[in-house]
Write a protein that binds this ligand. Structure first.
Ligand SMILES: Nc1ncnc2c1ncn2[C@@H]1O[C@H](COP(=O)(O)OP(=O)(O)OP(=O)(O)O)[C@@H](O)[C@H]1O
Ligand SMILES: O=P(O)(O)OC[C@H]1O[C@H](OP(=O)(O)OP(=O)(O)O)[C@H](O)[C@@H]1O
Ligand SMILES: [Mg+2]
Length: 287
């Protein structure tokens, strides 16, 4: 009998492509062929990769042609409300926002009532406008949305914003954040039970990678009488490991900490006598 494989859709080219393959690679899954082939298999995990357009992926998931996908959350909100949302994957972070020309005296969403708005996200925008009791005329375009106000096509736009530099270059300002998005694992409602088992293995691996990416292994030296204060600042996986140093009255403390938390407590650690602080990356973290 042919061994069953989980079919995963990955964006063929574009902003999600590299990070999607990287997270699979970090999860120990090697993919044999280049993307020229549109379909590739893993040699060490029961996975078949299909390279598709991001915007087409919700339909493939809905039809059960693929079991799972790595896709921008914004696309699921726009055209995949029936698709199951899995783990957030921590990359391709952006927002879907409303923007108006810099010269527009914007005081609130009511100012958009009756105006023309250009967008590639008509469903998301319509829902947002409806929730806010606004009616506007939508111009649906697939790309270069930010140019619309400058060529007289629209009064405002609704599109993806990340650094804001595209808005800036087009003399626009962001006035409302409609949703925040990042790459997510999306799961077909049609997935079979046997493929679900493979999916669970994939999710376990992805979680280990994601935990490791946001955590750091830290080592520091501290005088023994300061250890209780230092432990309070360091919520480790269970509790810190403490080893005596050759120098009497001093210990080496090892623990795992969320990177953001580390930067928050670094000054306090030093004030409490911590010295020789080392921060090391973690490759995988199973919890
Ligand atoms: N400037 C950005 N910064 C961060 N993430 C972004 C940015 N632009 C888009 N994204 C995210 O990456 C996803 C893919 O964007 P990209 O522009 O590569 O493809 P696309 O043109 O929307 O789709 P398709 O694959 O159908 O051509 C978007 O759905 C969004 O989630
Ligand atoms: O705030 P910024 O960092 O400038 O990013 C926002 C821009 O990035 C995306 O376009 P992309 O470059 O993906 O081009 P596309 O429209 O061809 O997909 C998006 O549609 C915005 O235009
Ligand atoms: Mg784009």
């Amino acid at each position: 009998m042919k061994k069953e494989k989980l079919r995963i859709a990955v964006q063929k080219s574009g902003r999600l492509f590299e990070d999607s393959l990287k997270i699979l690679k970090d999860a120990g899954i090697s993919i044999d062929n280049g993307k020229e082939q549109l379909k590739a298999s893993s040699g060490n995990f029961p996975l078949e990769v299909m390279y598709l357009r991001n915007g087409d992926i919700p339909q493939y998931l809905r039809d059960g042609v693929v079991d799972v996908a790595i896709i921008g959350e914004n696309i699921l909100v726009e055209k995949g409300q029936d698709i199951i949302r899995g783990e957030k994957l921590g990359f391709s972070k952006c927002r879907v926002s409303l923007a108006v020309p810099k010269t527009f005296k914007y005081s609130g969403i009511k100012d958009l009532d009756g105006l023309k708005i250009a967008t590639s996200y008509p469903n998301t925008l319509n829902n947002y406008l409806e929730e806010n009791g606004i009616s506007a005329e939508l111009h649906i375009i697939n790309g270069s949305v930010e140019i619309a106000p400058n060529i007289g096509l629209a009064d405002a736009i609704c599109d993806i914003v990340s650094s804001g530099s595209t808005l800036f270059k087009n003399n626009l300002k962001e006035v409302e954040v409609m949703l925040k998005s990042e790459a997510v694992l999306a799961i077909s409602p049609e997935i079979s039970d046997s493929r679900k088992e493979i999916l669970e293995k994939l999710q376990f691996r992805l979680k280990s990678v994601l935990n490791a990416r946001t955590s750091k292994y830290i080592l520091l030296n501290a005088p023994n009488d300061k250890l209780p204060e230092i432990f309070k600042l360091l919520p480790g996986m269970r509790s810190p490991t403490v080893l005596p140093l050759a120098e009497e009255g001093w210990s080496s403390v090892h623990t795992v900490i969320n990177e953001e938390r580390f930067w928050e407590v670094i000054d306090e650690l030093k004030q409490n006598g911590a010295e020789g602080i080392l921060v090391a990356p973690i490759e995988k973290m199973v919890i």
